[in-house]
Design a protein around this ligand. Structure first.
Ligand code: FES
Length: 110
């Protein structure tokens, strides 16, 4: 079992159990975190944007170019930003901590 931590928009920290192969976006949504994930992992919306804790960022596989392009458009993106729909969990990511940004914008429009 893998433990991930979400730091909510109000600073509340939640520890959540996940299984290898789970997608971070699905784990966050199951926990009620406000990540819309509008495009369901097509890298077309950036509403699944999360900010990874600096110490954990290096543990993630590097972002693909499409993900980087989408992050360029995400509101409030930082050097440690990732798309939660592109992060699949495994044992090496136990203890992963990500922050839910205060503001997201749906790049698909309304
Ligand atoms: Fe749309 Fe991740 S769910 S980019």
């Amino acid at each position: 079992m893998i433990c991930v931590r979400f730091i909510g928009t109000d600073g509340t920290v939640r520890e959540v159990a996940a299984q290898p192969g789970d997608r971070l976006l699905d784990v966050a949504q199951a926990d009620g975190q406000p990540l819309e994930g509008t495009c369901e992992g097509q890298m077309a919306c950036s509403t699944c944007h999360v900010i990874v804790e600096a110490n954990d960022f290096a543990r993630l596989k590097p972002a693909r170019e499409e993900e980087e392009d989408m992050l360029d458009l995400a509101v409030g993106a930082t050097r440690n930003s990732r798309l939660a729909c592109q992060i699949w969990l495994d044992e090496t990511l136990d203890g992963l901590t990500v922050r839910i940004p205060a503001e997201t914008r749906n790049m698909q429009g309304r």
